[in-house]
Design a protein. Structure first.
Length: 153
C-alpha cells in the first residue's frame, strides 16, 4: 500500500512537471518587430546625413558653420530620437534598447550644446560625432534585433 501511494505521488509530480514543461513557453523578449529596426536605421541615416552635410557643405573657418544654420537639423534629429525612445519605452522587455536610445539622445544634445556654445564645430569633432552616433545606433540595433534570438517558443 505504501509503495503504490509513493508511486502515485511520483507519477503525479512527474506528470505535472512534464505537463508544465511541455505546455509553457519561456519568453525573454516579445516577438521581433522589423519595423522598429527599420525606424532605428531611418534615424541613423537622418543623423549621419545631417552631420555629413555639415561637414561637406560648410567650414569652421569661413563662418558658414554657425549653430543658427543647423538649429533646425538638430531639432529634427532630436525629435526623431525622442520618438524612437517612446517606441522602445512602451515595448515590454526592451529596457536595454530604451536605455541606449536615452544615452544617444543625451549624446546628441551634448553635441548640439557644444555647437551652440562655440557657434562653430571643427571637422574633427563632426567626424568623432559621426563615429559615436554610428556606434550608438549599432548598439540599438543589436539590442533590438537580439530580441529575435531570445525568443524560446
Amino acid at each position: 500500500m505504501k509503495t503504490s501511494a509513493k508511486a502515485l505521488s511520483l507519477f503525479i509530480i512527474f506528470g505535472s512537471l512534464l505537463a508544465g514543461l511541455s505546455g509553457c513557453t519561456l519568453k525573454l523578449a516579445e516577438d521581433y518587430d522589423a519595423q522598429t529596426s527599420g525606424s532605428i536605421i531611418k534615424v541613423a541615416k537622418t543623423t549621419d546625413a545631417f552631420l555629413l552635410n555639415m561637414l561637406v557643405s560648410s567650414s569652421a573657418t569661413d563662418g558658414t558653420r554657425t549653430f543658427e544654420n543647423y538649429a533646425g537639423g538638430y531639432a529634427a534629429v532630436e525629435n526623431e530620437l525622442i520618438s524612437l525612445g517612446l517606441q522602445n519605452q512602451v515595448r515590454p522587455l526592451h529596457d536595454y534598447t530604451f536605455q541606449i536610445t536615452e544615452i544617444t539622445l543625451e549624446l546628441w544634445l551634448d553635441f548640439a550644446g557644444k555647437h551652440k556654445q562655440n557657434d562653430t564645430m571643427s571637422d574633427l569633432l563632426i567626424d568623432e560625432m559621426r563615429v559615436s552616433m554610428q556606434d550608438a545606433f549599432r548598439a540599438m540595433l543589436i539590442a533590438d534585433e537580439g530580441a529575435e534570438y531570445l525568443n524560446l517558443d
